[in-house]
Structures are given as C-alpha cells and as structure tokens.
Design a binder for this molecule. Structure first.
Ligand SMILES: *[C@@H]1O[C@H](CO)[C@@H](O)[C@H](O)[C@H]1NC(C)=O
Ligand SMILES: *[C@@H]1O[C@H](CO)[C@@H](O)[C@H](O)[C@H]1NC(C)=O
Ligand SMILES: *[C@@H]1O[C@H](CO)[C@@H](O)[C@H](O)[C@H]1NC(C)=O
Ligand SMILES: *[C@@H]1O[C@H](CO)[C@@H](O)[C@H](O)[C@H]1NC(C)=O
Length: 318
C-alpha cells in the first residue's frame, strides 16, 4: 500500500477528484534560456570557502560561463585565466531557482557534470533558514570521487530506518545536520554512472526526486537505461507509482517530513576546493596533485571539463 500525498488525501476525503497518490502534473519546465528567467545567478561569497568567484548573470553570459540555446544550459567555471594567489578565486556560477516547491517531483535530465581535481559540484534543493527548512542532495561530490550519495540534512530529531524498500545502500541514518560533521542521512546510488567521469561517459541520464509529507524518493537512470517513457519525454502528467523501486527512500516513519522540510529552491552550484574538496587529506586521497588552491590558481586548462550541461529540469506538482 502506497502512502497518499497530503493533497491527494484531502481530495479523496472531500470526494471531489479522485487523484492517484503518485500522480503529478507539470508545473514548471526549464529548458535553455528559461533557466535565465527561472533562476538567478547568485554572485555571493562561497559559504563553503571555495576558491571561486561566483559571478552575476551579465558577467557569466558575457564570459560564456553561462550559455543557453534552444535545448541546452551550460554553466561552467573559467578555464582560461591564471589566478593571482592574492586575488579573487576562479570565476564560476551558482544558480538558485526563483520559485520554491513543497510537495512535488523534480526531474533533471543531465548530459554532463563538472569533473576534475578540485571540483565540488552539486544539484540539490534547500529551504530557508538552513538546516531548519531542510536540504535534499541529489548529486554532490568532490574531486571526481562521489561519494555518490543522495542525502538529507535537517534540524535535530529526524532519523531514517536502517531497512527500507530501495535499491541503494543506506550509509547513515541520522539526518541532523548538527551531528556527525553534517554527514546527514545518506543512501548510496547503485551505479557508478550516478557521478563524475562515469556519469559523463554514460552520456549523463535522469535523476528524479519526489517529496511529499509521507516520503522523499529518488530515482536515477543512466542514459542507456530505460526510464519510464514519461521521464524520457517529459509528458504533462506523471505517476511515480509506476516508476518502480526508488534508489533511495526516506520515509516519514521516524521523521516528521512535514515540519523538517519547508518549500525548497533548486540550487545548481560548482565550487572549487573549499571545506570539502579542498580538505588536504580528502584532496590528496583523491589522487589530486599539490595543494588544491595552487592547482586551481595555476592550471586553468584543468577546468575545461568543469561544466554542467543540462537538457532540462521539470517540476511537477499534485
Ligand atoms: C553547494 O552545494 C552543496 C550541496 O549540498 C552545499 O553543501 C554547498 O554548501 C554548496 N556550496 C556552495 C558554494 O554553494
Ligand atoms: C560558449 O559555450 C558554448 C557551450 O560550451 C560553446 O558551444 C560555444 O562555442 C561557446 N561560444 C564561444 C563564443 O566560445
Ligand atoms: C563514485 O563514482 C565515481 C565515478 O564513477 C567512481 O570513480 C567512484 O569510485 C565512486 N565512489 C564511490 C565511493 O562509490
Ligand atoms: C579533513 O578531512 C578529514 C578526513 O575526512 C577530517 O578528519 C579532518 O577533520 C578534515 N580537516 C578539516 C580541517 O576539516
């Protein structure tokens, strides 16, 4: 028996429209230039102390760090400039959606993600007043290493059962951002093609995240796999009940998802070095040369593949 999404439950109780639990309609489609109106470039100081200089939209498009055509969004870090060690970091892009969504399904069709030593890319969603509004990481890792997890980060009092109906492997169960060094509660994807060079050599693929008060579910299909047709073609209505077992399932049994997760923005970011990728032991264990900051400063050409190429982001609501 599947849980009912909150609004579907209301609809059933009221007897107005009978909606299936996993049934959602297209709300927002981002393809090509609609990322330029639906998202803002955040020219902010990197909260994770990376060796980046996040630029605004006018600068990013002028420098071709942000590029769109009718079916593509490319965002990247600079790969031509040698940096002065006393000056600003390498130019890069961080996008934040203008809208926030609560109960919804987000489907990302990604062709390429940033790779290279020093890179720390992420595709994630986050609410206001972190960690109180919650954080859902869909793709995140450093120095091409993964850890190939989807994870939640919350305020205290949110844990996950060890055993759940999912294909991925549970790696940690306490979602509280204030413990275990903000590890969060994670589930490891089943395929290497969920991250980094392997994702790129597979031609990318699809990631989908459903959230409702009853659960947060994540699916991943590599390009050469068979996602549901409605995922591949972006049809106007979807029914996640037909998508099969998710790779990660975060149920509400030990966590009141309704109070731990506010409406979320989508964030697509690419920082370099910083607290995680630039940690000296993490960086060297990744097999990366020298120190992260020196590498970023002196080797612009190493960042030629540090780019996201995104075919679409679609958001569906009940
Ligand atoms: C990038 O995204 C990750 C996602 O979890 C987040 O932890 C990190 O703070 C973000 N970094 C920047 C610079 O926005
Ligand atoms: C801008 O970037 C896009 C995507 O990477 C690329 O195809 C295009 O050739 C670039 N344009 C210029 C003028 O360099
Ligand atoms: C994650 O994926 C990358 C890229 O395929 C792979 O090299 C790496 O070994 C994986 N890491 C883990 C911890 O599974
Ligand atoms: C760097 O990472 C290691 C291993 O993950 C950790 O033990 C250490 O505390 C980190 N160092 C800093 C300065 O964050």
């Amino acid at each position: 028996m599947k849980f009912l999404a909150g609004s579907s439950l209301v609809a059933l109780v009221l007897g107005s429209t009978e909606v299936l639990a996993g049934s959602f309609k297209i709300s927002d489609t981002f393809i090509g230039s609609s990322f330029l109106t639906g998202f803002k470039h955040e020219a902010i100081g990197d909260p994770t102390h990376g060796r980046v200089n996040y630029v605004d939209q006018a600068t990013a498009t002028r420098l071709n760090l942000t590029y769109t055509n009718s079916n593509t969004l490319v965002i990247r870090s600079d790969y031509t400039t040698k940096l002065n060690s006393g000056g600003a970091g390498r130019n890069s892009v961080r996008l934040l959606s203008n809208k926030q969504w609560g109960t919804s399904v987000t489907v990302l069709d990604v062709r390429h993600m940033p790779v290279g030593c020093g890179t720390w890319p992420a595709f994630w969603t986050v609410g206001n007043n972190w960690p109180n509004g919650g954080e859902i990481d869909i793709i995140e890792g450093v120095n091409d290493q993964g850890p190939n997890l989807s994870s939640l980060h919350t305020s205290s009092g949110c844990t996950m059962p060890a055993s759940r109906s999912q294909t991925g492997t549970t790696t940690s169960t306490n979602c509280d951002a204030n413990v275990n060094g903000n590890e969060g509660c994670g589930v490891r994807y089943t395929k290497a093609s969920s991250y980094g060079p392997s994702l790129n050599s597979a031609g990318g693929g699809w990631f989908a995240m459903e959230r409702s008060p009853s659960g947060i579910l994540v699916w991943h299909w590599a390009r050469n796999e068979s996602p549901p047709n409605e995922v591949r073609s972006g049809t106007g209505t979807i029914n996640t009940d037909t998508w099969g077992t998710p790779v990660a399932r975060f149920p509400n049994t030990q966590c009141d998802l309704n109070s731990k997760f506010a409406a979320h923005n989508i964030v697509i970011n690419l920082t370099l070095c910083g607290d995680w990728a630039g940690n000296a032991s993490v960086y060297s264990q990744s097999g990366c040369p020298g120190s992260c900051v020196d590498y970023v400063n002196n080797n612009p050409g190493a960042f030629v593949n540090a780019y996201w190429d995104i075919a679409s982001v679609r958001v569906y609501t009940p």
